[in-house]
Every structure is written in structure tokens, then in C-alpha cells.
Design a protein. Structure first.
Lengths: 248, 308
């Protein structure tokens, strides 16, 4: 990323308080188009809150979020989605009574691609399902999928909106080693074929290292480190947070 | 396969519409009045489904729109031309839905159910109090139009409500409503403007019941507040929708027909056991066939396809 290029997404001094609890405070970072940035931190570090603020599911208490030079903080989730930001949910939220294809149809009809015609929306959705390897599940009710299947559906649905930025919230948590490898492969392939920008929350460190060129570390709602995976692995503050003061 | 099924439904629909349209020309007044009641339930149930089946927001107070419509016709009686009063009844019901919609649609599940019931009762007792204060607790309407006119007005409303649900069910709007029914937060995050859509569904589901109430007020010629705001109307509509099943226009048709014919038969044949049997049928459906009649029909068809 050149120094004077406008970043695709810029988060500045972002803060969120829930009553007396500060979930996030003074967090700043930016993401260039095509980049894959990891977000790590212990439970309660504010990772999911960060996603909720960017996607509009929650309103920031302070700070700004800028997409392509345009302020998006405080907009409703549906408007932010139409502007090109999609997210997945750590606790999956499929439309259980609808089929897999119908799940994606909503994304294609209402997301950034906004394909109002059902036939066109379905063709777009089927292309995404094909690419993610779920085409044979198109007419299965979402409720019948395994956890791994539902995590894949979350990803497929987010991508089917035609988003430029996809926020992936622990899409590999709870998967077997083989499934993690498959998901990694799929994510990399779809990122490259569609030119997606990814922001990834993950506890599976190995996955984060493989996928991301840069990692932001949160602790108690604050950004304590940012850098390449190697640099993060050597960072004293990160080590002390993760392994206690003795390790530092 | 889907096309033969669609053609089958279409055929049944055309025969039904023709039968109901021709009814007043060959049947006696009792049968015409019965047909009118059937059409009324059909119009109300289709309208209710536009909100409650499509979005999962179960309204237990839909009678409020019916009552408001009826009341408007009564207080404008012989000062406004009837077609205007009926149209205004629909507009007033829709307006009321806009006003209460934004706060009411913020709550989901049982809270929404209780809230809609409470609002309907609140409106009922407010109007009752007003009528009592002005000494007009009941009114007689002289010069109401002929049964035939009322019948065809209701026929038009039932057709309109059915068409509305068909259109909503097949549209992008309907896709958005189904999605928010299944998971509101996910729908919103995928670009569905949920607040606007819920409100629009609420308003659409209110307008026709307002006009139905207005037309039915002409039928009874004698106006009692408690009657046009009777909570049993709301409950019956829900029962018909549940019995029908599904979330398109076929369910309300099946459910309305089934419950209506069943209660007519029971009323004549077993007046004492009437409510007992009706209750048992409802409980049986909820426990054994939660998908309603449509669910049974679809699973039978699926079985036939598999064995063929």
C-alpha cells in the first residue's frame, strides 16, 4: 500500500461502551483494497464488537469508520451491506427454514449486487455455491446442514452479496483439521478470483498466519500491536498478554 | 412436476372463483349470506398472512383494523357516500398501522402477540367509553345496501387480499420478509431493509381488514362496539391460517374453507359438542400436523413422486 493511497477501509479512534463497560477504545487501523488483515485477541478483547461496529449491527460510542473515503459509522446494517461490506456471524445465523439457495438468494437480491430479478439472483447464487463447493446442497434446507456446512453457508452468503470487504468471524472455529484446511483453501481461492478484501477473526493461529499478511492484536478493547505474523509472534506485549509476564 | 401442481391449483382456483361469483344468481339468501361470511374470513386470513405468515410477527389483534373500519362507516353513516366511506376505512386502518407499527414492531415473539392483543382491546374500550359518554353505545343503520351489493363488495375484497398475498409471496419484497422471519439480524446484515419492510407488511395487512369491517358493518345494520372488536375474530383468523399452513395464498384458502365448513356442519349437526369438536380438531392439527393442510398435501405429493 503506497503512503498516499486512500485505504478501502479506515477505522479511527473507534470506541464502544456498553453502560459502564468499555468493549473497545481508541482502536485505529486501515485496510487497503485486496489486503487480508487478521484480528486476534483473547475472549472479550473486543474482536466481535469491532465487526459489529463496522457492519452497523452496533453504533460506535466514539470514532469514525470510513469506506472508500465515505463515513459509514452509524449507518444501518442493510445500507452498509449495500455499500459493499458483508460479515459472517461467529454464532451462525442461517435462515433455517429456507434452502441453501434461498439463503443466498436474499444476499444476491438485497446485497451490493442488488439483482432484483429472481432468475439472475439465483444464477449469481449458484455460481457462488459452485465455487465454494456446496452446489449439491443448493436445495437442502439450511437447518439440515452440519456445523461445518453452516459455517460455509455463512461465508457463501456474505460473498453472494457482492461485497468488496468480507468480515469473517471465526469461520474455522469448531471445525476439524481437514475442514480447516478446506476452508483455508476455499477462502484463498475466492479472495483471489473475486478480488475480495478480507478481515479475519480467528483463534486458529496457524490459519491466521497462513491467510494474513498483517495482524492487528486487541487486548481489553485496545489495539496493542500490529504487524506481520512473524513480528506479532515476537512482540513482547503480545507474548506477555498471551503467556504471562514471565514469557516476555 | 411443479407446473402440473401449479396448473392443478390454478384449476381449483378458477372453479372456486366462478362458483363464488355465480352463487348469488342461483342460491337462496341464506346461502348467499353464508358465502359472504366465507369471503369475509378469506379476506381477513389472506391479509393477516401478509404480515404474520410472511414475517413471523403473529398479530393477535387484527380485529382492531376490522373494528376501526366498521366504526368509520357507522359514524359517517348517511353523511359520506358509501364507496368513499369504505375506501376511507381502509386508509384509516392503514394509517393506524403506520402509527402503531414503528413502536410495536420493535418487539418480537410473545411480546408482539400480547402487545397487538392489548392494543386491540385498548381501542375497543376507548371507543366503548366514547360511545357511552355520548349515549350512542349501539346504533341502528337504516338504508343499508342490498345483500347482493355487499356480497360482491366482499368478493372483490377477498380477491384483492388473495392477489396481494400471491404477489407479495412471489416478490423480492416477500423474499426479504421470509428472510427476516427466519433471522432478522442476518437478513438486515445481508441488505434487507427490515424496519421498512416490516412496517410495509403491517400496513398492507391492515388496509383490507379495515374495508372488510366497513362492508360487514352494512350487513349487520345494528352496530355494537363489542361485536366489531370481538377478539374471537382475531383468534379465528389465526386458527384458519394455522389450519391452512404454508406461507402463500393457498394456505388461507384451504384453512378458511376447512374451518368454515366444519363449523357450519357441526353447528347444524352437533350444536352441543360444536366447540368441543372444533377445539379437538385444532389441538390435533397443532400437535400432529403443524404444517397444516398444505403440509399434509405437500408430503402426500412428495411420497407419490418418490414411489412413482
Amino acid at each position: 500500500m503506497s503512503a498516499n493511497a486512500v485505504p478501502l477501509l479506515e477505522v479511527r479512534d473507534l470506541g464502544k461502551r456498553f453502560g459502564g463497560l468499555t468493549a473497545l477504545s481508541g482502536v485505529s487501523f486501515s485496510v487497503a483494497a485486496g489486503e487480508t488483515v487478521g484480528v486476534m485477541g483473547a475472549n472479550g478483547a473486543g474482536k466481535t464488537t469491532l465487526f459489529s461496529l463496522i457492519a452497523g449491527n452496533a453504533r460506535p460510542s466514539s470514532g469514525t469508520i470510513t469506506l472508500d473515503g465515505r463515513r459509514i459509522d452509524g449507518l444501518s446494517p442493510d445500507r452498509i451491506c449495500r455499500l459493499g461490506v458483508a460479515r459472517t456471524f461467529q454464532i451462525v445465523k442461517p435462515f433455517p427454514g429456507l434452502t441453501v439457495l434461498e439463503n443466498l438468494r436474499t444476499a444476491a437480491m438485497f446485497g451490493r449486487v442488488a439483482l432484483a430479478d429472481r432468475g439472475r439472483a439465483d444464477r449469481h447464487a449458484m455460481a457462488v455455491l459452485d465455487e465454494i463447493g456446496m452446489i449439491e446442497l443448493a436445495s437442502a434446507p439450511a437447518a439440515t446442514l452440519t456445523l461445518a456446512g453452516q459455517k460455509r453457508l455463512e461465508v457463501a452468503r456474505a460473498i453472494a452479496t457482492g461485497a468488496r470487504i468480507v468480515l469473517l468471524d471465526e469461520v474455522m472455529a469448531g471445525l476439524t483439521a481437514t475442514e480447516v484446511a478446506q476452508m483455508l483453501e476455499t477462502l484463498r481461492r475466492m479472495r483471489d478470483s473475486r478480488g475480495l478484501t478480507l478481515i479475519v477473526i480467528e483463534h486458529v493461529m496457524q490459519a491466521l498466519m497462513k491467510l494474513c499478511a498483517r495482524i492487528v492484536v486487541l487486548h481489553h478493547g485496545e489495539r496493542i500491536a500490529e504487524g506481520t505474523p512473524e513480528a506479532i509472534g515476537r512482540d513482547e506485549r503480545v507474548l506477555s498478554v498471551y503467556f504471562g509476564a514471565a514469557a516476555a | 412436476m411443479a407446473t402440473t401442481a401449479t396448473r392443478g391449483w390454478l384449476g381449483v382456483g378458477i372453479v372456486g372463483v366462478a362458483l363464488l361469483a355465480a352463487l348469488p344468481f342461483f342460491a337462496n339468501p341464506y346461502l348467499v349470506a353464508t358465502g359472504l361470511t366465507l369471503l369475509m374470513w378469506l379476506a381477513l386470513t389472506q391479509s393477516w398472512c401478509v404480515l404474520s405468515k410472511m414475517t413471523g410477527y403473529v398479530s393477535l389483534g387484527h380485529v382492531v383494523f376490522y373494528g376501526i373500519g366498521a366504526y368509520l362507516v357507522v359514524i359517517t353513516w348517511q353523511s359520506w357516500p358509501l364507496p368513499l366511506a369504505i375506501a376511507a376505512a381502509g386508509a384509516l386502518a392503514a394509517l393506524f398501522a403506520v402509527v402503531i407499527g414503528l413502536p410495536v414492531l420493535r418487539v418480537r415473539g410473545p411480546y408482539f402477540v400480547i402487545l397487538t392483543f392489548g392494543i386491540a382491546e385498548l381501542v375497543k374500550y376507548s371507543i366503548l367509553a366514547g360511545e357511552a359518554a355520548s349515549g350512542t353505545a349501539s346504533r341502528i343503520l337504516f338504508g343499508a345496501p342490498d345483500l347482493l351489493v355487499i356480497y360482491f363488495a366482499m368478493f372483490a375484497l377477498a380477491a384483492a387480499a388473495t392477489l396481494l398475498l400471491v404477489l407479495v409471496s412471489r416478490s423480492r419484497f416477500g423474499q426479504g420478509l421470509r428472510s427476516l422471519r427466519e433471522n432478522e439480524e442476518a437478513a438486515e446484515t445481508l441488505g434487507v431493509p427490515v424496519v421498512r419492510y416490516k412496517l410495509l407488511a403491517f400496513v398492507l395487512s391492515a388496509a383490507i381488514p379495515g374495508m372488510v369491517g366497513a362492508v360487514m358493518a352494512l350487513r349487520s345494520t345494528y352496530f355494537v362496539v363489542g361485536q366489531v372488536f370481538d377478539p374471537m375474530i382475531s383468534v379465528t383468523v389465526i386458527a384458519m391460517a394455522l389450519l391452512g399452513g404454508g406461507d402463500d395464498a393457498r394456505g388461507p384458502i384451504l384453512g378458511t374453507l376447512f374451518l368454515f365448513i366444519l363449523s357450519e356442519v357441526l353447528w347444524v349437526r352437533a350444536p352441543l359438542a360444536y366447540m368441543l369438536i372444533l377445539g379437538a380438531v385444532l389441538a390435533g392439527f397443532v400437535l400432529l400436523a403443524p404444517g397444516g393442510i398444505l403440509g399434509i398435501v405437500d408430503s402426500l405429493r412428495a411420497r407419490r413422486v418418490r414411489s412413482a
